[in-house]
Write a protein that binds this ligand. Structure first.
Ligand SMILES: *Cc1c(COP(=O)(O)O)cnc(C)c1O
Length: 426
């Protein structure tokens, strides 16, 4: 039987007719922990990180894992031990980093809507940088820092107005996106920042979007950002670090993003040509570190062949894997134990009461009731976006290391879901 290349290779591969992640048989993990079940490969995550580290060999760089892609404590701890910093977007994210052993001084805080209490939390923890996204936020941050007798280390997030050629919901560097400060306002904002008593300017950053599969938008954004650095420094404000954000895409279905090493070779060449090669650099990758390190294992509950469509109803749903419903995203779906060639195409759908609850359209499969399937490329923006819709408990997560596996999150119970609630009058 001919199989497409699997995203996640070589860590994800068929061995003796069984889909394995590293040396762990996924069917065995499903038997132990039940389905739906997320399984992540430690070697795949560290391998993805190593591609970035190779790309930056000989440079001063801080890699800050954008933990919103997958905020499991077990995943954060792995990256912390590998020397990563973290890009956080809420006070809760920061608590997770600290709970998992990450260092506050390697944390950068992004996001357009930081609250005063989140600012206080970040300042008191001693985080490395606030990536400020509006002029109004800058004033509030200065006030909060002064009230604590501190100065907030700040980088201004530039909106370079570059089209990353990705899904509209995940492009962030266009003029009409809510993110960053418009190119023409950046210099006046730095001048204002430098005069504020509670602010210490340390950097500049931009992040143009996610699932970017070409190098050109990065190169364009870099040029615009470096133009601004020149202008800001000419105004007498020095910028210590340059942060290029995250956004590098992964292979979901034959996508061919540049390898992190290749991308950074091109970007560093430009940086050198413009005389910025020896600066302190930062990047914030999320998806590209974890996306193809994970799969979601699901069981076929029922088959419902029909005149128009054949439905393959599985026990994972849009509450576990929201990307298809949210962005019409494509995830490959493959059998754990392939035995027959597909003769039909199937709509792979979950049990949730929404027609939008689908995981894959028109998939060539030969499923039988009780079979196990794997939804691939499920390491990023799946569990982190999971919900309790239809009172479904969130799935457990297992981290595989060679032949060993560690349960890093157990299945959420209905008692846990109801814990914060009470009947009126109680
Ligand atoms: C989401 C996000 C990232 C990570 O994006 P990926 O596409 O997952 O690499 C980095 N920086 C910021 C500010 C983000 O919002």
């Amino acid at each position: 039987m001919i199989m497409k290349k699997l995203p996640g290779e070589p860590y994800l591969a068929y061995q003796n007719g069984e889909l394995c992640l590293e040396s762990a048989r996924l069917s065995e993990l499903a038997r132990t922990h039940g389905t739906p079940l997320f399984v992540y490969s430690q070697a795949a995550m560290l391998g993805a990180l190593a591609a970035y580290q190779r790309g930056f060999a000989g440079r001063q760089v801080q890699i800050c894992y954008a933990m919103k892609a997958n905020p499991a404590l077990g995943v954060i701890a792995l990256f912390a031990q590998a020397g990563c910093g973290f890009d956080v977007v809420s006070g809760g994210d920061l608590d997770r980093v600290l709970a998992a052993g990450g260092e506050a001084k390697k944390v950068i805080f992004s996001g357009v809507g930081k609250t005063r209490s989140e600012m206080r939390q970040g300042l008191q923890a001693g985080i490395g940088c606030f990536n400020v996204e509006s002029e109004a936020e800058l004033d509030v941050l200065s006030e909060v820092a002064c009230s604590l007798g501190l100065r907030a280390p700040v980088s201004i997030r530039v909106n370079p107005n570059v089209d990353p050629q990705t899904h509209p919901y995940i492009s962030t560097g266009l003029k009409d996106n809510k993110f960053g400060i418009a190119h023409e306002r950046v210099l006046p904002t730095y001048v204002h920042a430098a005069a504020l008593p509670g602010i210490r300017v340390v950097g500049i950053d931009c992040h143009i979007g996610s699932q970017i599969t070409q190098a050109e938008p990065y190169l364009e954004a870099m040029d615009r950002m470096l133009d601004l650095v020149d202008a800001v420094e000419a105004a007498g404000i020095s910028i210590e670090h340059l942060d290029f954000g995250g956004g590098l895409g992964i292979d979901y279905n034959g996508d061919t993003p540049p390898d992190a090493g290749q991308l950074w070779a091109a970007l560093l060449a430009k940086l050198d040509a413009r005389g910025f090669g020896q600066r302190q650099l930062m990047i914030e990758p999320g998806r590209s570190l974890v996306g193809n390190a994970g799969v979601c294992v699901t069981e076929v509950l029922y088959l419902k062949p029909g005149e128009q469509k054949n439905f393959c109803i599985v026990d994972a749903a849009m509450n576990d894997l929201p990307r298809p419903a949210m962005y019409q995203a494509y995830h490959q779906i493959v059998p754990l134990q392939p035995r027959a060639d597909a003769t039909q195409v199937w709509e792979v759908v979950g049990p949730i009461c929404e027609s939008g609850d689908w995981l894959g359209h028109d998939r060539a499969l030969a499923p039988r009731q009780g079979d196990l399937l794997a939804v691939l490329s499920a390491g990023a923006y799946c569990m982190s976006m999971a919900s309790n819709y239809n009172s479904r408990g969130r799935a457990p997560e297992v981290l595989v290391d060679g032949a060993q596996s560690h349960l890093i999150r157990r299945r959420e119970t209905i008692a846990e879901q109801m814990q914060q609630e009470q009947l009126p009058g109680h």
